[in-house]
Design a protein around this ligand. Structure first.
Ligand code: GCO
Ligand code: MG
Length: 402
């Protein structure tokens, strides 16, 4: 088999998505997600200008060789743009290989390790009561695991708290929105949210929380300690991880399970975190971590060190990434949980898919390939529309981590 053509489709059915479609001389096609929120066109150009010309004429079955060709062969390794582009190619090639075999992708990885993939949803509210009402809603929908975020008194807006119910979309403006942050206000308030949730809902559901890289290690240690009585499934992205050794300090101070990695691109971003067992869950996912080929490598390394997976699954990861991630999740032996933020109806219509949700679990479906397609005619009706993620400042105006 040979690759005869490939093209990038940028579409905005409510938010921007970058999709690579690869065609072959045998009529089989495959698609991969290359969406990088707020920097979409950089990946589109990387693919169109620098990757697609090298793909034409290659054997699509040679997934590993193509991955190494694009990673080692570029000379300029790693980084979110490069690795999202490699992921788009890799995902499309796994799609083609599985279609050629007539099997759902998870069968090629080694088959199902479980009957369904536990997912967590996002419950957000302007205050504790509103967040608790949203948790109730997710429980009604059947979720076993729920992430909870709420507004902080004295702060005009807070990470994770959306205008819309059920959809949280941070890339909301043509130029970055400015948020205001206070770590001390946040640290005082969050334990009250989880105290309320345990009082109201008991202990049958997993609760999760995302600190979105805003704390220092010692502050994260304090938050972890103050949340221990409420037995969270995980505390996510407590501190930025450019300095992986910072997690040693967090670990020394709390038994709170820790998750990190949604912005990781390669195994090197997590090497110390994993081999020193400084985290419990690795959040890397298909699109930003080099595709199925590289994510599998990260997961195997993590498995040796008691670290389980918890793939990122926000709305900026397209249904194509979601489909591929669910095949990975169904197989991966050291699975933890999968994030699942629902896409809008318009997005689901552009990306018809075989995956489904029932009773808190998802299944990728048994369609050959990864089970997600793109309706190109419909996609063309939604042209790219620039949208940025917010930026964040401390109360005195200092730039902080969003
Ligand atoms: C999460 C994330 C997202 C990110 C978003 C950035 O845990 O789901 O933190 O909400 O902020 O994916 O593009
Ligand atoms: Mg997060």
């Amino acid at each position: 088999m040979k690759i005869t053509d490939a093209r990038v489709i940028v579409t905005c059915p409510g938010r921007n998505f970058v999709t690579l479609k690869i065609e072959t001389d045998e009529g089989l096609t495959g698609i991969g997600d290359g969406t990088l929120n707020g920097r979409e066109l950089a990946v589109a150009s990387y693919l169109t200008d620098h990757v697609i010309p090298c793909l034409i004429g290659r054997d699509p079955h040679r997934i590993e060789d193509t991955w190494q060709y694009l990673y080692r062969g570029a000379y300029w390794r790693r980084g979110p743009v490069t690795m999202s582009a490699i992921a788009a190619v890799d995902t499309a090639l796994w799609d083609i290989k599985a279609k050629a075999a007539g099997l759902p992708l998870y069968q090629l990885l080694g088959g199902a390790s479980r009957t369904g993939v536990m997912v967590y949803g996002h419950a957000n509210g302007a205050d504790i009561e509103a967040a608790a009402d949203e948790v109730a809603h997710y429980i009604e929908l059947g979720y076993k695991a729920i992430r909870a975020q709420c507004g902080i008194p004295g702060l005009p807006s807070t990470y994770g708290v959306s205008k819309d119910k059920m959809f949280y979309e941070p890339a909301d403006a043509d130029l970055p929105t400015e948020n205001i942050w206070s770590t001390s206000k946040y640290l005082d308030h969050v334990p009250k949210l989880f105290e309320t949730l345990r009082d109201r809902f008991g202990w049958d559901h997993h609760l999760l929380h995302d600190a979105h890289h805003r704390l220092t290690p010692i502050e994260a240690g304090r938050l972890g300690k103050s949340l221990e009585p409420y037995r969270l499934f995980w505390l996510e992205d407590a501190v930025p991880t450019e300095n992986q050794e910072g997690f040693r300090i967090v670990r020394q101070h709390t038994t709170q399970p820790l998750a990190v990695g949604e912005i990781f691109n390669t195994i090197w971003d997590a090497k110390t975190l994993i081999e020193e067992q400084l985290i419990d869950y690795i959040r890397a996912t298909v699109v930003h971590a080099g595709g199925i080929t590289h994510l599998r490598r990260i997961a195997d390394f993590a498995g040796l060190h008691h670290v389980r997976t918890g793939c990122h699954g926000a709305t900026d990861l397209s249904p194509v990434c979601m489909g591929a991630a669910l095949h990975f999740d169904l197989w991966v032996p050291n699975f933890g949980v999968q994030e699942y933020m629902r896409h809008t109806e318009a997005t689901d219509a552009v990306f018809p898919h075989a995956y489904s949700f029932a009773g808190g679990y998802m299944h990728p479906g048994d369609t050959p390939g990864h089970g997600v397609e793109i309706d190109e005619a419909l996609a063309a009706k939604y042209p790219y529309s620039r949208a940025f993620l917010p930026v964040n400042r401390l109360e005195d105006g200092t730039m902080w981590n969003w």
